[in-house]
Design a protein around this ligand. Sequence first.
Ligand code: HXC
Length: 258
Amino acid sequence: MAPTQIRIDAPADGVRRITLNRPEARNALTTTMLGEIAAALAAFAEEEEVRAVVLTGGEKVFAAGADLREMAEKTVVDVLDDPRAGHWRAIARFPKPLIAAVNGYALGGGCELAMHADIIIAGRGARFGQPEVNLGIIPGAGGTQRLTQLVGKSLAMKLVLSGEFLSGEEALRAGLAAELTEDAETIPRAVELAARIAEKPPLAVRLAKEAVRQASEALLAQGLAFERKAFTILFATEDRREGVAAFFEKRKPVFRGR
Ligand code: HXC
């Protein structure tokens, strides 16, 4: 079935581009959209002519996190069996180079999606953050682990505990982004880099990606399992309900530690 919440095209030889396409909701990640990304990557993994993939939300916004309308009603039991977890694992398994071109907000699940890529190209106007704490929860798709690996403990703690954002320039300095570009150049530069990688010997590229991943993979598995458990438990709290309700009512949440 053709995807409805992402667009797919081929901007260069050997390169495919996935563009998140829910601009009216700041590309908030529905389960459908995550499933479409996972399915597209699974197909690209099998297609010999695909050598590298660019993932972007377009010129204005990468993704404003998980879709809060969809997440608002979920219970702990829903989260335990959530198909989203399988989609995230499928995205993490993609064996070919994946480059995220980030313009505008990459928040919560959006920041985590960018960190599933192998390389992040950030526009000057990019804003990276893990604001889950404002909703009474924590990142649930690897944010606590991948962000810490990428930027170190102190900055990861600051972002995860305060919900503050990093600019594109700060993301570059922190090592979260590999390159900083003008906003209009982010996607073209990601495509250019993908096209260059697409010309390299595919077997060497595949094993190089796998080898770099091994530098962090063993530690990651344990941390991801803990994060998932903590994220699930927090769905039972009153603070989580209050945090999501306050976002939609456009008011400051009142947290009671319950
Ligand atoms: C559903 C969202 C959304 C989201 C924005 N929208 N983010 N809908 N899920 N994550 C919707 C708004 O409700 C609004 O819909 C429209 O998109 C435009 O949003 P605005 O807030 O008016 O836009 P703007 O002022 O430009 O601010 C952009 C923004 C802000 C800074 C990105 O929207 C924002 O803070 N969004 C939420 C960020 C966040 O907390 N993400 C979740 C992280 S947690 P209408 O219908 O009013 O036009 C996460 C883990 C799972 O990802 C969480 C489970 C509970």
